[in-house]
Write a protein that binds this ligand. Structure first.
Ligand SMILES: [Zn+2]
Ligand SMILES: [Zn+2]
Length: 333
């Protein structure tokens, strides 16, 4: 099968991924083989390709927002059948035995394996994965619209959960990219009032269209103090600005993997039980709960579709912030 493979981390401009013919993986007892039709491209893929994350295995096929059809099932597979349309996300395997796995925090499992990082991912014609880490894709999305749900959607949703968002609350979203534009639709579903902070006027317009009650830029004060603030932009100074925006007892959550250093700030900003925290990956429960909301309420997912052969160019566009929407690769010709 064809796979777009990384042999050595390189800058995106140097065409780091090569199209190769590699063996089709074989299916274990609890595994599905999925023929891939679409795979989203995420900032984490760019970090992997450029070597900003330590790479456990090379050569490697990146990609972790995968949609496709079940083409083969292992003998102990129970949840899925041949021909089912399924989705595969970042969390690929966990140990099931450590204290994190036992306490519903499997996203923190030290043995966790991630799709397109520890094991080959979705920039390929097929993938084999344990069925327990696979999601059903709701019928109200085509393959391309469904792809961003699997990382931007699920991880963005976990940020709402870690921030402790309750129905009807006032919630600030700082940065309005792929995660935030799905998170706002969950917040609307929960009857929350959403306040969106973004530098881009295009993003602020989209936020208004998706239900924001107020838009501005980080550093502007919202008209009312917020209950929760979620930072999707990788800028540490915004954490401090968001602390100024939350009411006593409010929570400020960082939803990103990377962030520039957080500047020093006076204790008075944290006083009155304000809280700072962060999100790492997501559990399968987060994924299932988010997909249930996505099934009940059709979310608008803005995508730009590219042939898989253009993956290297897409990574450059992503790096230079030149994409109009979330990039999704059309894998099946
Ligand atoms: Zn991702
Ligand atoms: Zn574990």
């Amino acid at each position: 099968m064809y796979a777009w493979t990384l042999h050595q981390p390189q800058r995106a401009e140097q065409n780091p991924l090569q199209k190769m013919d590699i063996p089709v993986p074989s299916c274990g007892k609890r595994d599905l083989k999925v023929n891939i039709s679409a795979c989203g491209v995420c900032h984490t893929d760019l970090h992997i390709v450029e070597g900003e994350l330590d790479l456990p295995v090379l050569p490697l096929v990146p990609g972790h927002q995968i949609v496709g059809l079940v083409a083969e099932v292992g003998e102990q597979v129970r949840r899925f059948s041949l021909g089912d349309r399924v989705g595969i996300a970042w969390l690929n395997q966990t140990c099931g035995a450590c204290e994190y796995c036992q306490r519903e925090r499997e996203n923190l499992c030290p043995e966790a394996q991630f799709t397109g990082y520890h094991v080959n991912g979705g920039f390929a014609e097929a993938i084999v994965i344990d069925e327990r880490y696979v999601y059903a894709i709701p019928d109200n999305y085509d393959d391309f619209q469904a792809a961003p749900l699997l990382c931007a959607g699920i991880v963005g949703f976990r940020a709402l959960r870690v921030a402790g968002v309750q129905p009807g609350e006032r919630v600030g979203l700082y940065g309005f990219g792929a995660s935030a534009h799905l998170a706002i639709q969950v917040l609307t579903h929960w009857n929350c009032e959403t306040y969106v902070f973004s530098r881009g006027s295009h993003h602020r317009k989209l936020a208004q269209k998706l239900g924001a009650v107020w838009t501005g830029q980080a550093g502007n004060r919202p008209p009312k103090p917020l209950h929760r603030a979620i930072i999707y932009a990788p800028a540490g100074w915004i954490m401090v600005e968001a602390l100024k925006d939350v009411a006593p007892g409010g929570v400020v959550t960082s939803g990103g993997i990377h962030m520039s250093p957080i500047p020093q700030f006076p204790y008075s900003l944290l006083w009155e039980e304000r809280c700072l925290n962060s999100v790492a990956h997501a559990t399968r429960t987060d994924g299932e709960d988010f997909m249930a909301i996505a099934a009940a309420r059709t979310m608008i997912t803005e995508v730009e579709i590219f042939p898989c052969d253009e993956i290297n160019q897409v990574l450059v566009l992503l790096k230079e912030s030149k994409l109009k929407a979330a990039a999704v690769l059309k894998v099946k010709a």
